[in-house]
Design a protein around this ligand. Structure first.
Ligand code: DGL
Length: 267
């Protein structure tokens, strides 16, 4: 692995683009291979066995593509598969959970943290455990929001029906007077505007991607594998479903054109 090797990033669909966007901001020279497993989206309602199997297929695939480090840009995979697989491969894996928990606690003054994520992530208790490990008396109010991912994947990020779903989903957390809302699914930052509108400006919304990329930057620097500052980045987009659909929605959500998505078979 050399500084010129790409970072591998994956998710079930367009969720991980919220991590890509943060990579573009904090690590603008790095090459990236992004895999969107759109043939199998959503992951959120799948069994832990399925999530682990999917991760055991994708991780070696991205290692074979020459990735120097892998970001599991999927809350569900990070919560369920990462703890089991983190030491299995020769390439370093970074999950969303621990960095997300750190960022949420840094943002919270009252220690009343709302967590929204997929059903699988909430039921795994990975975020709840990570938060409690860092701050014993933290109070976590967790709420699965199973409709968010299909709404984002359908492109309904500003639609009136999405606003209604957001309102319903956040109602119990607002009642608990949280001061921080932790986005435990990488699709959810695409709904940032609607979420902020609903919780109000006094609640801090935490996207784990910011802390994840900060950690990645630090690791690359320590390992001497940061890419040269003068070089232009290359982004490769691989999808298991339709490239055209991914390009259309992905470009819209990322705010930059994606024109080179390619379909791949990983199993
Ligand atoms: N974006 C992923 C996550 O963070 C996957 C969501 C899904 O496919 O249900 O959990």
């Amino acid at each position: 692995m050399t500084p010129a090797s790409p970072l591998g990033v994956f998710d079930s669909g367009v969720g991980g683009l919220t991590v890509i966007s943060e990579l573009m901001r904090q690590l603008p020279n790095e090459d990236v291979i992004y895999l969107a497993d759109t043939a199998r989206v959503p992951y959120g309602g799948r069994s832990p066995e399925e999530i682990i199997k999917i991760n055991e297929e994708i991780i070696p695939f991205l290692i074979d593509q020459g990735a120097k480090l892998l970001i599991i840009a999927c809350g569900t995979s990070s919560a369920i598969a990462y703890p089991l697989l983190k030491d299995k491969y020769k390439v370093r894996l970074i999950g969303m959970v621990e960095p997300g928990a750190r960022a949420a606690l840094a943002a919270s003054r009252s220690g009343r943290v709302g967590l929204i994520a997929t059903v699988g992530t909430v039921h795994s208790h990975a975020y709840q455990r990570a938060l409690a490990a860092l701050k014993k008396d933290v109070q976590v109010f967790a709420q699965p929001c199973p409709l968010f991912v299909p709404l984002v994947e359908g492109g309904f990020v500003a639609a009136e029906e999405t606003r209604r779903v957001v309102k319903e989903c956040l109602r119990p957390l607002i009642k608990e007077e949280i001061d921080t809302l932790l986005l435990g699914c990488t699709h959810y930052p695409h709904l940032f505007k609607l979420l902020q509108e609903r919780v109000g400006s006094r609640v801090a919304i935490v996207d784990p991607a910011v802390e994840v990329v900060r950690e990645v930057k630090q690791l690359l620097r320590q390992a001497g594998t940061l890419k040269d500052k003068s070089s232009r980045p290359d982004y490769k987009y691989l999808v298991t479903g339709s490239p055209v659909q991914f390009q259309d929605l992905g470009s819209r959500l990322l705010g930059r054109p994606i024109t080179n998505a390619r379909q791949v078979k990983i199993v």
